[in-house]
Design a binder for this molecule. Structure first.
Ligand code: SF4
Length: 208
């Protein structure tokens, strides 16, 4: 069987919630909420593909990336071509840097390293809400975690099954809450009750 290709964006989805990753990348479910709208707006300039020069540094936007060895492909919002080497920047709509965003950034760096044959020791997450750029050191621990996440996404794609719903603090912010129904499927007792009701025979009046 051919090795399935993993999208870089799926790594962030998986790190946020494995079920979210499967809903999007196995079942092709997508829904929009305030958080995804903010994310889309945050990416508007980065997605323009525009190339500029800022303070003498060439800035590429919406850069296609791939890695043959990892079976990975996707895009970087921004890659700055600094004298010391390429420097990826991932745009996020929120005001706080998250581990899933760091894993996504690290996956971009791993692609750049393979594509260009250079080291990419650092990158940054740009937080649109606070207009703050936070530098991320792409150390051995983050790289190992990213490689493990790539494998986990690939296992999810092969399994073609939805993982269990954690039904926790992540769910209210998740755009897929209506498709996922975590409060129902995350509680087996409630789910069994609903399944029972679904298959209960309907009484039909005899004189109709
Ligand atoms: S609603 Fe919760 S369990 Fe369902 S995909 Fe989103 S985060 Fe995961």
């Amino acid at each position: 069987m051919d090795r399935l290709e993993v999208l870089i964006s799926a790594i962030e989805h998986y790190a946020y919630c494995p079920r979210q990753c499967a809903l999007i990348h196995v079942e092709q479910t997508f829904d929009e909420n305030l958080f995804t709208m903010r994310g889309r707006l945050a990416h508007e300039r980065a997605d323009s593909g525009e190339t500029t020069t800022e303070d003498g540094v060439r800035v590429l936007r919406s850069v296609p990336l791939w890695s043959e060895t990892l079976g990975l492909r996707g895009r970087a919002d921004v890659v700055e071509l600094r004298p010391e080497g390429p420097y990826p920047v991932e745009y996020k709509s929120g005001g706080r840097r998250t581990r899933p965003a760091e894993l996504q950034l690290c996956a971009q760096a791993l692609c750049l390293e393979e594509m260009l044959g250079v080291e990419v020791p650092r990158g940054a997450v740009y937080l649109v809400r606070t207009r703050r750029r936070e530098e991320v050191t792409l150390d051995a621990e983050l790289r190992a975690e990213t490689r493990e996440a790539i494998q986990a996404v690939r296992r999810t794609l092969y399994a073609q099954q939805l993982p269990e719903a954690p039904n926790d603090a992540r769910c209210p912010k998740c755009s897929l809450i209506n498709a996922c129904l975590p409060s129902v499927v995350g509680e087996p007792f409630r789910l069994r009750g609903l399944q029972g009701a679904l298959f209960r025979p309907v009484q039909v009046a005899s004189d109709v």
